[in-house]
Design a protein around this ligand. Structure first.
Ligand SMILES: C[S@@+](CC[C@H](N)C(=O)[O-])C[C@H]1O[C@@H](n2cnc3c(N)ncnc32)[C@H](O)[C@@H]1O
Length: 256
């Protein structure tokens, strides 16, 4: 913390309307990093195990705070009749709408599909056509997910920890995500470990510093099964690795 600084950046204070998705993709995903490819394989195998005994009819998925990252949504593709990409920042909403409505998402995402298609359920589908059919984009605030709408599978990547400096908003973000999942729903959530914030182009965005214990404490009340992978990969200065949580929603009611 800076000397003398007493206020914390809350979610509503950050410059979301200035978020630049192309710069963000350049910084993070245009050149695929080994850690993201590892995450994709872990998620692919976890979802494949979750649906090993059969895929129910009409599974609906949600990626919360999708931003300029398609790999969480792609990892839900074989299982879902619909996938909602929920995002707050308008430039990211526009980015996602271009990816869905063009009928052909950017080639930047092909490297991630290459990992996914190593499992049979993924190998059996044509991702561009399927993505265009099932994915829909909605502008929305994670904090408004109050349990009235529920999905059967969900992802939230680098959102609850990367949207505010405020501990209360981190915990609320996790609760709202868990609120959006129906009982038994498999989910994947990723967090930057000990992040001090991040820059996209000319703008700075806040983060809340989490470690494995904090992530476990926040998720455990709402999970039946839960595994947390502590991935010791650094993708930029100002964090200490990545935490990937894979689990299933229990029947606990989360108070928003
Ligand atoms: C670090 S980015 C992560 C983007 C993407 N999920 C990824 O994996 O790279 C944080 C994302 O959270 C979104 N976000 C911030 N506040 C939000 C809110 N209140 N509700 C929903 N999304 C929000 C931002 O617009 C941004 O897309």
């Amino acid at each position: 913390m800076e000397r003398g600084r007493v206020t914390m950046d809350r979610n509503a204070d950050a410059p979301w309307s200035k978020f630049d998705p192309e710069v963000y993709v350049d910084n993070n995903y245009r050149t695929p990093l080994e850690v993201d490819l590892l995450i994709v394989r872990l998620m692919r195998d976890y979802f494949s195990r979750s649906f090993a005994s059969g895929v129910p009819n009409s599974v609906r998925g949600v990626d919360v705070g999708a931003g300029a990252n398609l790999y969480p949504a792609l990892s839900m593709l074989p299982w879902c009749e619909k996938v909602l990409l929920l995002e707050y920042a308008r430039p990211n909403v526009a980015y996602l709408e271009r990816q869905v409505s063009s009928g052909s998402y950017d080639t930047a995402w092909d490297a991630f599909w290459e990992e996914l298609r190593g499992a049979p359920a993924y190998g059996a589908i044509e991702p561009r056509a399927r993505f265009g059919e099932v994915a829909r984009v909605e502008r929305g605030n994670l904090f408004d997910l109050d349990g009235h709408r529920r999905w059967d599978i969900g992802t939230m990547f680098f959102v609850a920890d990367s949207m505010s400096e405020c501990p209360e908003e981190f915990h609320r973000g996790v609760r709202c995500f868990m609120n959006a999942l129906s009982e038994g729903a498999p989910f994947a959530a990723a967090f930057m470990k000990e992040s001090v914030g991040y820059r996209v182009g000319e703008h700075d965005y806040p983060a809340y510093r989490v470690n494995e214990d904090r992530v476990r404490e926040s998720l455990e009340p709402f999970t039946g099964e839960l595994e947390i992978h502590d991935l010791h990969h650094m993708v930029r200065p100002g964090h200490e690795g990545i935490l990937l949580a894979l689990g299933r929603r229990n029947s606990e009611i989360a108070t928003p």
